[in-house]
Design a protein around this ligand. Sequence first.
Ligand SMILES: N[C@@H](CCC(=O)N[C@@H](CS)C(=O)NCC(=O)O)C(=O)O
Length: 222
Amino acid sequence: MALPILTIGNKNYSSWSMRPWLALKWAGIAFEERIIPLGPRGMGPNPDIVAVSPSGTVPVLELPDGEKIWDTLSICEWAHEQAPDAGLWPKDAVARALARSATCEMHSGFAAVRQTFPMNLKRVKAGHEWSETAQAQVQRIDDLLCGLKSRFGSTDSPFIMGHRTIVDAFYAPVATRFRTYQVPVSAALQAWCEAIFQDPDFATWDQAAQLETWTIAETDVA
Ligand SMILES: N[C@@H](CCC(=O)N[C@@H](CS)C(=O)NCC(=O)O)C(=O)O
């Protein structure tokens, strides 16, 4: 049987790609994976990505009938609809609405965090500097995730909503950015970061990233 094909950027750099890849894994949905290495910022449209993605961005999920879903959150929503019992969204309506709000805040916000701390799983950088705006966004992420966890989390699970949801998938790249650039966070958020790092599916992605040899000079030296 033909599988959906998830086209992603390379695992070391592509934060958007990590999110639906984790969501599909967590939902137990089988898929084929194809990687297109990302180029440097400002290089213009990547013809390999443009050839497969209507928006010219990855991730893009191609369904067996040829239909394409080209947005990270939409792929995660599709995964939830395919496997509603996997718990990618919380069952409780209020918890689900707040989980969606947190997810959408990441999807459309935190520009300073994204620009200041480019995802680079292979890297550990001491002495990185960041602006007050970036620091305020780090604090907002800390308050947001820990606030949700204290309301909706479970003593049985280290994840934000009491089990692995799209919120964890959406913020997992941020956990790696804090690791790479040694960004101090609260003990509660650090515990969640460690849970992400120990998640078996995240670890599979991370191990593959560590073996990649593609480089983007600007994020490796800046
Ligand atoms: N809003 C899009 C953002 C996707 C995105 O910006 N992807 C980046 C890679 S992480 C991309 O494909 N950039 C084009 C390129 O590198 O050529 C989504 O949610 O999927």
